[in-house]
Ligand binder design. Structure first.
Ligand code: SF4
Length: 284
């Protein structure tokens, strides 16, 4: 069985940057003459359970609220947060390391600009996803978020609509929403804030899925961008499997398969990708 890796797959710039900042913070604290301060993240640093477990073993604790932290260092994840939260952390005396991905900062700025120009901001994204919750803080009170065109309400708060997109959404979803807004006679101002890493991974995954018998998508089950890759691959290749690690692979999935494609979400470290590829190659 031939194993083909997508031309672009795995950890993106924003995730690598966030991990680098956290490991740097742990290293700096260990070198302190006084006792090392604990390091916290609000929610898992990245959507990859194996990496989060490794961080926890090294003293990086994922908590769900600022109330759970008494003192130490708070690392803001690549998804970003509402600015008020950073203020609250600082006023509690916490040191803050901002690992918000620059692409997310750009998206937050785009939402704020549209709001200040008088637009009602329509966020194409997953309600409840931390990145989208952060964008709401910049987008004004009448902002709304929808995942797909089906969720677009019949009546919008105004006719002047500005659109921004969660960095990991697909181009197809954005295009469908814009088309529907135009069908309703609106002329939305669209800021396409899907990040380049996402576009490259989705394009490479789609191209590969079209020419193989089976696809394996590696990444956290709670990772939005990995789930999107899985959906994109499944459209062209029904035999698509989503795994978090090599341990989940089942040789029975590949009976009669002559070539298998491999892609991975933006939070998937290189070791997990190579482990999956090696195991697939061992099925020959
Ligand atoms: S997927 Fe894009 S926006 Fe999200 S962390 Fe990676 S580079 Fe940044």
């Amino acid at each position: 069985m031939e194993v083909i890796r997508a031309t672009c797959a795995g950890a993106c710039y924003g995730v690598e940057r966030a991990l680098k900042l956290v490991w740097q913070a742990i290293g700096d604290e260990q070198q302190c003459a006084s006792a090392a301060r604990p390091v916290f993240t609000l929610g898992p640093l990245i959507h990859n359970p194996q990496v989060v477990a490794e961080l926890e073993d090294s003293g990086v604790h994922a908590v769900s609220s600022l109330d759970e932290i008494e003192q130490g260092i708070l690392v803001i994840r690549s998804h970003g947060v509402p600015p008020l939260l950073i203020e609250q952390a600082k006023s509690k005396g916490l040191s803050v390391i901002d690992a918000t991905c620059p692409h997310v900062s750009k998206l937050q700025q785009a939402a704020q600009d549209l709001h200040e120009q008088g637009y009602t901001v329509l966020i194409v994204g997953e309600v409840g996803h931390p990145e989208v919750e952060g964008i709401f803080a910049y987008a004004g009170e009448d902002a709304l978020a929808v995942r797909t065109v089906d969720e677009l309400p019949d009546k919008l708060p105004s006719e002047q609509i500005g659109v921004v997109v969660q960095t990991t959404k697909s181009q197809t979803t954005l295009a469908a929403l814009v088309e529907e807004l135009r069908r309703r006679g609106l002329d939305p101002l669209v800021k396409n804030t899907i990040c380049l890493s996402t576009k490259q991974r989705q394009r490479a995954a789609e191209e590969l899925a079209k020419r193989v018998d089976a696809m394996v998508v590696i990444g956290g089950k709670n990772s939005s961008n990995t789930t999107r890759l899985y959906e994109i691959c499944r459209e062209s290749c029904p035999q698509t499997f989503h795994v978090e690690s090599a341990a989940e692979l089942d040789p029975l999935w590949f009976i009669g398969v002559s070539n298998v494609g491999v892609t991975a979400g933006a939070s998937t470290p290189e070791e997990q990708i190579t482990a999956v590829i090696s195991k697939l190659e061992s099925y020959n």
